[in-house]
Design a protein around this ligand. Sequence first.
Ligand code: ZN
Length: 160
Amino acid sequence: MHCPFCRNPDSRVVDSRTSDDGTSIRRRRQCTECGRRFTTVETASLSVVKRSGVLEPFRREKVIEGVRKAVRGRPVTDADLAAVAQAVEETVRATGASQIDANEIGLAVLPPLRELDEVAYLRFASVYNAFDSLEDFEGAIRALREERAAVAEAEAEEER
Ligand SMILES: [Zn+2]
């Protein structure tokens, strides 16, 4: 990358720091020509393809925004939402793709949200999967119950 001051193509790294969440590196650089310093941030490229076909960079805040409505009135903290968004980012980055459908992000929200709060999960799933009947809701609730029963059974099995 060119020096933003004098356009010289060469610079040297004077400091390098990984962000707390490990998803980016900030590099402090010094231009070898004019000696001025600037910062670059390096992240693995990840874009979201919106339904309209428009690309936008993946942002955790967008995920949180999308989930916030579903958790209204539920005992869910901002830290919980941040953890969901982090899990979503890890899931989509793990695919190794540099572009991901907005749809797949919705899918990636479902498992961590279900862990967090079943009511919020049902609300989100009803919008996301476009539940349009009571049967769809009942089906989702049945799946949750069956899963819980299976977990309880496995735990009872372990105690034996
Ligand atoms: Zn320069």
